[in-house]
Design a protein around this ligand. Structure first.
Ligand SMILES: C[S@@+](CC[C@H](N)C(=O)[O-])C[C@H]1O[C@@H](n2cnc3c(N)ncnc32)[C@H](O)[C@@H]1O
Ligand SMILES: Nc1nc2[nH]cc(C(=O)O)c2c(=O)[nH]1
Ligand code: SF4
Ligand SMILES: [Mg+2]
Length: 257
């Protein structure tokens, strides 16, 4: 499948109401302010960025999926128990149909949207879980996973990864916000501090230091074991919040966890 930020659509009218869904499962929220909360995850396919460390790159870059209608998704969400629903990806906000899903979830569920912060939505969102991508996320010829065409994507990723207008709109609009940075080491902190300042300058919402989360980079237990103590120490030093990756500690990189 070509590497693309869109996902080729089945050629039917009904498909316009459908979303490419890579996984739909119940687990514990592993990241952020709601870590440990029983949640249903709806993972859409396709992404407009190409972080070299992406823990979902098969979803994002070589999308495999079922095209599900919003009704079908809601039926599966109902069948699973949790009343918290996490809409993630890939980048969920590249799909217009995510708005319809969020509209329909709003009355009965607490919704979290996991987003890279480069796109906006008018749909109701309880927690905008925004993970702006730092310079250290940019793929190079050395670190890009196979199939990601780093030559093309280095430039596109760099030019797309921060969009202050979208960050402001997401922060203004959601009931609650967290800025959740993937941290690879101390060198990331100056960029985080300057970006948090920039976001504070463009949103009407108060962004407290406790809304800024440092999350260690790592797709596996072994990788996390190498990064988490340094990142926890950095959170303590800079006065930000640390978030674990509970699901990686518990289930490593198993699918549907
Ligand atoms: C797969 S992304 C999907 C949502 C959206 N595209 C985004 O990046 O926020 C879900 C979360 O996993 C984080 N993530 C992805 N790969 C990671 C890694 N190797 N280590 C730590 N966090 C990672 C992202 O930053 C984001 O917070
Ligand atoms: N358990 C669990 N928690 C998560 N929080 C955010 C996730 C994501 O991939 O967006 C995720 C995930 O994939 N699994
Ligand atoms: S923005 Fe999210 S889904 Fe897209 S490549 Fe980066 S981590 Fe993966
Ligand atoms: Mg994940």
């Amino acid at each position: 499948m070509p590497v693309s930020d869109s996902v080729s659509r089945p050629d039917t009218d009904a498909a316009s109401e459908r979303l490419p869904i890579n996984e739909l499962f119940a687990s514990l929220q592993g990241e952020g302010k709601l870590s440990g909360v029983s949640s249903t995850f709806v993972r859409t396919s396709g992404c407009n960025l190409r972080c070299w460390f992406c823990d979902s790159y098969h979803t994002s870059w070589e999308p495999t999926h079922a095209w599900m209608s919003v009704d079908e998704i809601l039926a599966e969400v109902r069948d699973l128990d949790p009343d918290h629903v996490v809409v993630t990806g890939g980048e969920p906000l590249i799909h217009d149909e995510v708005s319809a899903l969020l509209d329909r979830l709003a009355d009965d569920y607490h919704t979290t949207v996991e987003t890279n912060g480069t796109l906006e939505t008018d749909a109701p969102v309880d927690l905008a879980s925004i993970s702006p991508k730092l310079a250290s996320s940019t793929p190079t010829a050395e670190n890009a996973p196979e199939g990601s065409e780093p030559g093309v994507w280095t430039e596109q990723h760099e030019s797309r990864r921060i969009d202050l207008e979208s960050l402001a709109s997401l922060a203004d609009h959601a009931e609650e916000v967290q800025l959740k940075f993937v941290v690879t080491g101390r060198d990331d902190l100056p960029e985080i501090e300057s970006l948090v300042d920039d976001v504070r300058g463009v949103t009407a919402r108060e962004i407290r230091d406790t809304d800024v989360l440092l999350m260690p980079e790592g797709q596996t237990r072994e990788e996390l074991a190498r990064t988490r103590t340094e990142v926890a120490d950095l959170a303590a030093e800079f006065g930000y919040r640390y978030t674990p990756r509970l699901h990686v500690d518990l289930w490593n990189d198993a699918p549907e966890t």
